[in-house]
Every structure is written in structure tokens, then in C-alpha cells.
Design a binder for this molecule. Sequence first.
Ligand SMILES: Cc1cc2nc3c(=O)[nH]c(=O)nc-3n(C[C@H](O)[C@H](O)[C@H](O)COP(=O)(O)OP(=O)(O)OC[C@H]3O[C@@H](n4cnc5c(N)ncnc54)[C@H](O)[C@@H]3O)c2cc1C
Length: 462
Amino acid sequence: MHTGANTTPADPKRAAHEARRERLISEFHRARDAGRPIRLKKATSNLFRDRRRADRASLDVRDFTHVLDVNPAEGWVDVEGMIRYETLVDALLPRRLMPAVVPELKSITVGGAISGGGIESSSFRHGFVHETVLEMDILTGAGEIVICRPDNAHADLFFGFPCSYGALGYCLRARIRTMPTRPFVHLRHQAFSRIESFVAEMMNACRAGRTSDGKPAFIDGTAFSDRSFVLTTGTWSDEAPRTSDYTGDNIYHRSLREKSEDWLTVKDYLWRWDTDWFWCSRAFGAEHPVLRRVYKSLGLLRSTAYWKIKAFLRRSGLFALLRLDRGVEYVIQDVEIQAERAGEFLAFLLREIGILPVWVCPAQGSEGGPRFPLYPTDPSKLYLNFGFWGGVPSEHPPGHFDRLVEAKTIELGGWKSLYSTSYFEPDTFERLYDESRCRSLKQRYDPDKRFPDRYAKCVRTS
Ligand SMILES: Cc1cc2nc3c(=O)[nH]c(=O)nc-3n(C[C@H](O)[C@H](O)[C@H](O)COP(=O)(O)OP(=O)(O)OC[C@H]3O[C@@H](n4cnc5c(N)ncnc54)[C@H](O)[C@@H]3O)c2cc1C
């Protein structure tokens, strides 16, 4: 791996990257000349909304998966846009580095996380994934690759990219911040029986972690019921009396209520939620001891396997045939609420939606940091992200519970990710997600509308 800020055209990694860019541009122009709209051809996805099959030319970006440069002194890594965090972590950990924010699912890509608002337990200190980006190369709908930085002629695209979900262009290279690691993460799990004390303690921990010397380095929490909440803080450690392993027989989310402290290698910490897709693997029987052994022997204890099974059931029509959605509404969402109102939102979730457990992850940008118009969280405020993924028994019309969540999010001034089903009316979406800004960026960077319209793509319009 090449190290250092200065790269030359003779650098074989850069030369190969250049060749991939040229191939992609030719592909883009062929599709454009044929007058066809364009979509990405990727090896994996973490989208949860159903996508309509449209006549689109696909842009094959499956080989944009390389690390191009690492600069430990300046604390950044240059990567191709479709590199998975799993690959990136494998490349950085031997150098005792990691990206400042590593989303929990191994197959999430850097470009997907920047465009969709990635988050993890280091986000209370480092912000959302897009807040760790220093510059990007973006393939625009005009067929050009532009370098975007906060201070150059394409700063509008740099700041407008988060929450664009591919409507403005595709990130082919990103320079993102890294941080030094130590070998182990020492976890402490603190139990609470009241929402108010759980949220208050999470806020205290975040305050301490942002002001003190990196302690804790990681914070997240889990609501198991309306009387059982666990706050987990992680601190770096050079030693561990023992380490746990949640990649096989043992199940991480169960450990949160069984142990008050734990030690994981940094790699196992980063992927602690991937083995069981948080807890969603139980829908596939993976928590049953016998089936778990089968899954394990087939190498299927990982989020990508569950996602593929789910996608197959949907695509093949088996999901409908087996009537797996009869009497159930699947609510798969991540919502950010300012910490002061987070207790209210969690109480609503537990009372009205009832999906359990709920993952709670704090995030805050840097004080005085920039704002991203399509992802308008305020960097001076702490947000709590709520992840809830499951089926709700329902006799209501489709989308009833998703709509309740949207209404409550709007009422509390919160923010909903768009990787899953959404029902926002056009005028509400216009206001919340700054569609007029997105349109003016699209006018500049995708005037012929080669890439999908964001509302049409992200919101269920029928
Ligand atoms: C159960 C579940 C739990 C989740 N938990 C978390 C979590 O804890 N933390 C977290 O951060 N996220 C989480 N996510 C959401 C996930 O991060 C987002 O869906 C993310 O956008 C997925 O990225 P991907 O690389 O897999 O992209 P895809 O799923 O392939 O695409 C997502 C969107 O991004 C666009 N896109 C992809 N690559 C690029 C690119 N290079 N340039 C521009 N646009 C691009 C696509 O067009 C698409 O609109 C979760 C999702 C699920 C289903």
C-alpha cells in the first residue's frame, strides 16, 4: 500500500484507478447516447425499499473497491467509492487505524454511507459518515468526474451530496478521516429501567466523551422493553483479561443483559452487530441453536446472507406466495431526533409501534462544523438515532405504522433516513428534505436527468 500525501501518475494503484474511471466514463457515454437513464450495478446493497424494475442502463461499478492511499500522519485514507467497510477495515487495522466512523454492517460501502447518512457508536464524537469526508470525486449526470471539496468550485455538490441517494451523481473516490486504534475495546453495559434515566445518562456519557481524553470512545444503547434499557460505552484498551466472540455460537445482543462488562478485539467490536444483523437474524431462525450451527457451517452468519435471503423471497414471489406479510406491516427505519426530545420519541415507539429491541446511537458533528442542506442536522446539537426493524401485527391499510413514525418524527423536528419505505407527501418532502436545493443541484450536475429523481426513487408514490 502506498503511503504519503504525494502521489504520482506512476503510482500503479492510481493508474489502475484511472483506467477504471475511463472505462466507466465510456460506459456512461454509451448509455447516454442510447438515451437510457442510468443506475448503479453494485455487488451488494442494504436498501430496504422495494425498487421498481425500470429500463435503465447499469453502470458497472463493482470494481471500484480499492484503497488508494493512506496517510496516518494527516489522518486520512483515500478509497474508491464502492469499497465495503469490511475491506477497508481489513486494510487499516494492521496499521492500527480505522475510519473515524464504521457503519455496523460489513457490506455498507463508503459511497453508500456518505450519500445515505451512515452512523455508528463513534458518531457522538465524529458525527455522521459524511462529516468525516474531506473530498470526493463524483461522476455527474453530465458525464464528468468532478473533485468536490468544501472550498472549491464544487463545494455545492460536496455539501449537497449527503442524502442525495444517487440523484446527483456517484461517488467514485472519497478521502475520509481515520483514527488510531488500540487492540481491544472494553465494554461496560449499564442497565436502566426508565427511559428518562437511560437517555439522560447517554447524554452525560456523550458530553464526557466529547470533552475528556477519548473516554469513552464508543457509545450506543439498546431498548429491550419499556422497562429495560442498556447503555453501552466502549473505551480503548491495550490489554484484555479475556475476549468474547460473537461471530458464532454466542449472540451479542443477549450479552448486553447478561454481562456488565466485556472485552472485544477492535475488529470484533466493529462487527459485533453484523453476525446477527443486530437481532434481525432471528426472523431467519438463526438464533435457534441447531439452525445456527447450520448457518455457521455454511458461512451464513452475516448481514449480507440475510439480506440476500430476504431479497430472494421478495423477488421470487415466495414472500407473497407464503403470505409472509399477511396481517403484518414491516417497519424498517432509522430516525434521528434531537437528544432533548429523544425520550418522547422512544416512549412513542415503544407504545405505538412496539418493535423490540430498538437500537439507539448518538451522533453529533463538530461544533461550528458545516451544515449539509439535504441532511440538515445541526452540528451544535446531539441527536439520538433510533433503529427499529421488524414486523408489527396490523389490520390497517399498508403503511399505517410507517406513517405514524413519519408524523411523530416531523412533530419532534426529527429526521428519517430514506433507505427504506417512505410515504411523505410531495410538499412535506419538499420542505423536510430541501427538494428545491436538490433540484438546483440537479440542474447543474445532472441537467438531462440521467440519474433518478430523488423523490421518485426514495418515496413510495403509489
Ligand atoms: C437493518 C438495517 C440496519 C441498518 N443499520 C445501519 C446502521 O446502523 N448504520 C448505518 O450507517 N446505516 C445503517 N443502515 C443503512 C445503510 O447504511 C444505508 O442503507 C446505506 O445507504 C447503505 O449503503 P450501501 O453501500 O449498502 O448502498 P446501497 O444500499 O447499494 O445504496 C443505498 C443508496 O445509496 C446510493 N449509493 C450507493 N453507492 C453510492 C455512491 N457511491 N455514490 C452515490 N450514491 C450511492 C444508491 O443509489 C442508493 O440510493 C441499515 C440498514 C438496514 C437495512
